[in-house]
Design a protein around this ligand. Sequence first.
Ligand code: GCU
Length: 330
Amino acid sequence: MLKIKKTKLHVASALLLGGLMSASSMSFAETLKLSHNGDTKSPVHKALKFFADEVEEKTDGDLKVRVYPNGQLGTQRESLELLQSGALDMAKSNASELESFDPVYGAFNIPYIFRDREHFYRALESEDVGQKILSSSEKYGFVGVAYFDAGSRNFYTSKPVHSPADLKGMKIRVQPSPSAIKMMELMGASPTPLPFGELYTALQQRVVDGAENNIGAVTTYRHGEVAKYYTRDGHAMIPDVLVISTKTWETLSDKNKAAVLDAGKEATAYMKKIWGEYTEEELVKATKMGVEIIDVDKDPFIEAVAPMFQEAEQNPVIAPYVKAIKALDK
Ligand code: GCU
């Protein structure tokens, strides 16, 4: 009995010694936790998994990323707060939500600021706009890594909407952001900020009469089961943003930082491709679910929110970006 115990002890000390030796001669692989509020079937989940695989490959396994979907680690707001305190490493958020954490993100949230998807991508890729915005928030506790296409945002409601006049008196869920609230007020509706994860129930229980988002909200997140009209006024194109905690960022080696940024660029390109295909397919699915697609004259919607554009041009924090975005509209 004693003999066996001794042997065990020797094995244990040999392992310990081996462990200590290897610890001194090599660094351990680190795993970063990444939180997001999307479904595992959503394109953004696929893009984040793609990002995680790229990081692992580019660092030869030195750095790994574990993706936690479905808001398991909290809402977008909660994830950002965890990021700021260093309790979480990475999160996918949205420029709308991020506006409350770093006001420069507000530049993306001005309704109708982008003419089309090409204009939107020119702005994201521009050093003076998208890339500068990503690096502006280090002082607020997070660093932007990459953008993801999140489509064009449109209303989906329990009653048909053909013009801003139809929105009067309707309670419309918005992202928790000052711009989203302002936009909805100008359009004549009553804005109700809610986390995305609470929206299905809110629609079902008629806490709100509708919301606004890309077509995936209607299909992948099944909101079309309870809101049967989708009005294509295309009021905004607001990118999703992958961010990393400043505290985590500061612990990474230069090589790993570069790998994270490169993987982010590749994930943006991957998302650009899959997003286009997804949107087409989801539009067909929405119709099959019995959702009526309503095409409208956008002018009355554009006129209703015009004051936001004028205000943005006077706002010293976002005015330079708004101007640069406008200049990219060629
Ligand atoms: C889009 C976006 C999400 C966001 C959601 C929302 O789906 O991709 O990041 O959370 O809108 O309206 O909250």
